[in-house]
Design a protein around this ligand. Structure first.
Ligand code: PAF
Length: 280
């Protein structure tokens, strides 16, 4: 496995792989890798002859500068995990390499980025689209892999690919959970042992709400989830919404969509966790 930090070296390695007739797979990450990322990488390795992973903490997607500063940076440990997973090339650029000039592009995703994460993290998805479109241009992958934990991000990336006529095929990958049910996240390392013991209740509550679908209305299920979590002193729900999985717009009735998804952001102490559940 090679590690490159410049676009020039990245392009050379990609060109060589292309000359050898290899299909290029890509997993963009911000590092601090956990088993959730590694599952994406393993799938990428299995489905492509040349697997590229980027490790880049993208400043333009952080609306909270403190969050950017606190974001864990663990390149050495990440590379060890990536090598074990069979990755061929790691791209770990500096901020100046990715943004030699300020990126002033503004994407228009219609209503997709106005809700949920988009409402509470203004500018976040524009920053994600800026960096992912740049990385796609640099890596020129055939296939790219994204986790379903960031459900809204996946919808935005799909829309971006459509808007830009990008030839990259986007592959969603299921959420990877701890045995406790807690969705794997780089942020979990910031939870105290007490918080870590409570955090699985987020998924347990979502699962319990799924069982209510037959007997309760959308608004009753929403209210129940929010109340159930907020009555626990460890949690503060930022939002919980039940939306159509394609448009991401709120549902009023279960019959409005055959693809209802519950998306949640919850503060567990200082740590903001997201998760989702597909009601079907
Ligand atoms: O999901 C992430 O880790 C990031 O948003 C991504 C896609 C790597 C862009 O920085």
């Amino acid at each position: 496995m090679r590690v490159v930090t410049t676009v020039a070296d990245l392009r050379k390695a990609i060109n060589q792989a292309r000359e050898e007739g290899k299909k290029i797979g890509f997993v963009p990450t911000m590092g601090a890798l956990h088993n959730g990322h590694i599952q994406l990488v393993k799938r990428c390795v299995a489905e492509n002859e040349f697997a590229v992973v980027s490790v880049f903490v993208n400043p333009t997607q952080f609306n909270d500068k403190n969050d950017l500063l606190k974001y864990p940076r663990t390149l050495e440990a990440d590379c060890k995990l990536l090598e074990e997973a069979g990755c061929n090339l790691v791209f770990a650029p500096t901020v100046d390499e990715v943004y030699p000039e300020e990126d002033t592009r503004l994407f228009d995703f219609g209503q997709l980025d106005k809700v949920m994460e988009g409402e509470f993290r203004p500018g976040h998805f524009n920053g994600v689209a800026q960096v992912v479109s740049k990385l796609f241009d640099m890596v020129t992958p055939d296939n790219a892999y994204f986790g379903e934990k960031d459900f809204q991000q996946l919808a935005i990336i799909r829309q971006m690919v459509k808007q830009l006529n990008s030839p990259v095929e986007i592959h969603p990958c299921p959420i990877v959970r701890e045995e406790s049910g807690l969705a794997m996240s780089s942020r979990n390392t910031r939870l105290t042992p007490e918080q870590l013991a409570e955090a699985p209740k987020i998924y347990q509550t979502l699962l319990a709400s799924k069982a209510m679908k037959e007997t309760k209305s959308v608004s009753e299920v929403k209210a129940w989830v929010i109340n159930e979590l907020n009555k626990n002193e460890f949690f503060r729900v930022e939002y919980f919404d039940i939306v159509d999985g394609l448009t991401l717009q709120s549902l009023n009735n279960w019959s409005e969509s055959g693809y209802a998804v519950g998306c949640i952001a919850v503060f567990c102490g200082e740590v903001r966790l997201i998760d989702n559940i597909i009601y079907g």
